[in-house]
Design a protein around this ligand. Structure first.
Ligand SMILES: Cc1ncc(COP(=O)(O)O)c(C=O)c1O
Length: 568
């Protein structure tokens, strides 16, 4: 029987605590944790075999080359490649997509050609196509989804017939929703119209059996770190004939055959597409991750992940206000949802304080979020080491967070008055409150209370041109300057925690001169208030984005700025 509790013992990080609570790691779609076997393989390599590969003239180099090349063999076996020559090491899925775009698409695309890309795509399998299309005067046409949020084969067929695309780029599994696309059907259709099919396997490789020849695609790529392996390495698989046709995209050592001042000739596959010293330890670590996976009952693991998702769906459906997205579709164990009246970032932050790691935001799928009509979602993604107890704890903490955040919601329409209110909270008082707060709950409560006290901006000012760039939630900023050169700011946000933080920043910046604003060090403020450890990277980025926007205003000619109102 598949026993996640036994498997957990292989993952040292899973017994750690976060904010004093046991870690519940449900951000596996971002990156999976690493088993002891992988960590030890990395360490063993550096302790026993570290040396450069291929060009060495000593035994250590022979050993490390043998390990490195056998890692390539292992990957080739894992995905059913015809030969290790078809396995190109990259830095990750993103680099693999860029490599196809620059070395393959650049050569085959002509002005007027079309690339079909599904609306589900991660930016890694979207932006490279958009950019190459721009360069080649080709166009990108979105493939829409069916009711189950997977690629709709009927609509795909119509698009293929209409546009006769050169390339069709699709994801095997959606990172935002977890839905599994019918890749075999997609490739059969697309190839019957003569298109080259590129499949992003970043979210599939750890969960679904992958046989590239059975799938029938031309390129398939993924990152090791989403499959229990190290960061910094990924794989591009391509049919040998396609890879042969591709020109190198980076030049240097390893990828050459001979070099003279007159001419350089290139190495054979796979080396001609791998310039420079490769990620040797990472390749060896990744092979160990695949060996580890192969030692488990993979179909039982996949069923286990799906059953955790089913349990999460059941529990979350019982929470008022929760809207699950893509519930019915077959799925690898990723659950995306939103909660009425509560910002996903606020929820993620509260869950983090209970040791629960989930992801909130657009998940690098902004076209999909637009398609779904949401600004972002909360995403819980399960791996083979997660347990039912963890799902229960996640659901319970989520319920408590939703209640806490909806009880005090300030999003009443009448709260949006027509007047702009410039408030000046007392900085020493706020700092002291945070400094003396005995726990994260107390700090959170203070921020929530300040969020309540922050006046909303009038709707006429909550407009796109006043949005602060670099914040994952919406933050609107308005500024005015008095004749005595003092600045007055008003800030609003759709996320509770950002409003609380904006309140604190207003205490620091309100009524100050340009010089005072520019010289203010916000990192000192965050550490004085003990917020530097408490805030997630995305929240910290949000704080710095607000500060940068206020500093930019203070530095620039007011009339140039969208944030700027009239002189008062
Ligand atoms: C579906 C998908 N494609 C591509 C990527 C990019 O992977 P990496 O950042 O490892 O290059 C991700 C990462 O989240 C993903 O989920």
């Amino acid at each position: 029987m598949f026993d996640p509790k036994k498997i957990r013992r292989d993952f040292p990080i899973l017994s750690s605590r976060v904010h004093g609570e046991p870690l519940v790691y449900l951000d596996n779609a971002a990156t999976t944790q690493k088993p002891r076997q992988v960590i030890e393989a990395l360490s063993r390599y550096y302790k026993l075999y570290n040396s450069n590969v291929h060009r060495g003239s000593h035994s250590l180099s022979n050993q490390s080359t043998a390990l490195f090349e056998s890692a390539r063999d292992e990957v080739a076996d894992f995905i059913g490649a015809s030969s290790p020559k078809e396995i190109i090491w990259t830095r990750g899925a993103t680099e693999a997509a860029n490599l196809i775009a620059y070395s393959y698409a650049d050569a085959v695309l002509c002005a007027g050609d079309t690339i079909l890309v599904s609306v589900l795509e991660h930016h890694a399998n979207f932006v490279p196509w958009q950019q190459i299309a721009l360069r080649k005067s080709a166009s990108i046409v979105p493939i829409p989804l069916g009711a189950d949020l997977t690629i709709d084969l009927e609509k795909l067929q119509q698009l293929l017939a209409k546009h006769q695309p050169k390339i069709v780029a699709v994801t095997h599994v959606s990172n935002a929703l977890g839905v599994i696309n019918p890749i075999k059907g997609i490739t059969q259709l697309a190839k019957s119209f003569g298109a080259t099919v590129v499949v992003d396997g970043a979210q599939a490789i750890a969960h679904e059996p992958v046989d590239v020849h059975e799938l029938g695609c031309d390129f398939y790529f993924f990152s090791a770190h989403k499959c229990y392996g190290p960061t910094g390495i990924g794989v591009l698989w391509g049919r040998e004939a396609f890879l042969e046709q591709m020109q190198p995209w980076q030049f240097g050592g390893e990828m050459i055959e001979s070099v003279s001042f007159e001419k350089t000739t290139f190495n054979t596959l796979p080396f001609k597409l791998e310039a420079g010293t490769p990620p040797i330890a990472e390749a060896i670590g990744f092979a160990q991750a695949l060996t580890y996976l192969n030692s488990l009952d993979r179909s039982a693991a996949s069923l286990h992940e799906k059953s955790l998702r089913a349990l999460a769906i059941k529990r979350l459906s019982e929470i008022e206000g929760v809207r699950l997205i893509g519930v019915d579709a077959d799925n690898v164990g990723i659950l995306s949802f939103s909660v009425d009246q509560v910002h996903h970032q606020d929820l993620a932050m509260m869950l983090d304080q209970s040791g629960i790691a989930v992801r909130s935001g657009h998940h690098c799928t902004m076209p999909l979020m637009t398609y779904l009509g949401v600004s972002g979602t909360l995403r819980a993604s399960f791996a083979l080491y997660n347990t039912e107890e963890e799902v229960e704890r996640f659901a319970l903490c989520l319920k408590e967070a939703v209640i806490a955040l909806t009880e005090t919601t300030s999003e009443h329409p009448e709260a949006h008055s027509a007047a702009i209110a410039f408030i000046s909270p007392d900085l020493p008082e706020l700092t002291a409150t945070l400094q003396t707060a005995c726990s994260w709950q107390a700090r959170l409560a203070a921020l929530q209370q300040w969020a309540e006290q922050l006046p909303h901006l009038p709707d006429t000012l909550r407009q796109p041109e006043r949005l602060v760039r670099g914040c994952e939630s919406h933050v609107w900023l308005y500024a005015e300057q008095t004749d005595e050169c003092y600045w007055h700011f008003a800030i609003d946000s759709d996320a509770r925690m950002m409003r609380g933080l904006a309140y604190l920043l207003l205490a620091a910046f309100q009524g100050k001169t340009s010089k005072e604003i520019i010289s203010f060090d916000v990192s000192d403020l965050l550490s004085a208030c003990k917020l530097n450890q408490f805030l997630s990277p995305s929240r910290t980025n949000g704080v710095y984005a607000m500060v940068d926007a206020m500093k930019t205003i203070a530095k620039s000619t007011p009339t140039d700025l969208a944030f700027f109102g009239n002189k008062i």
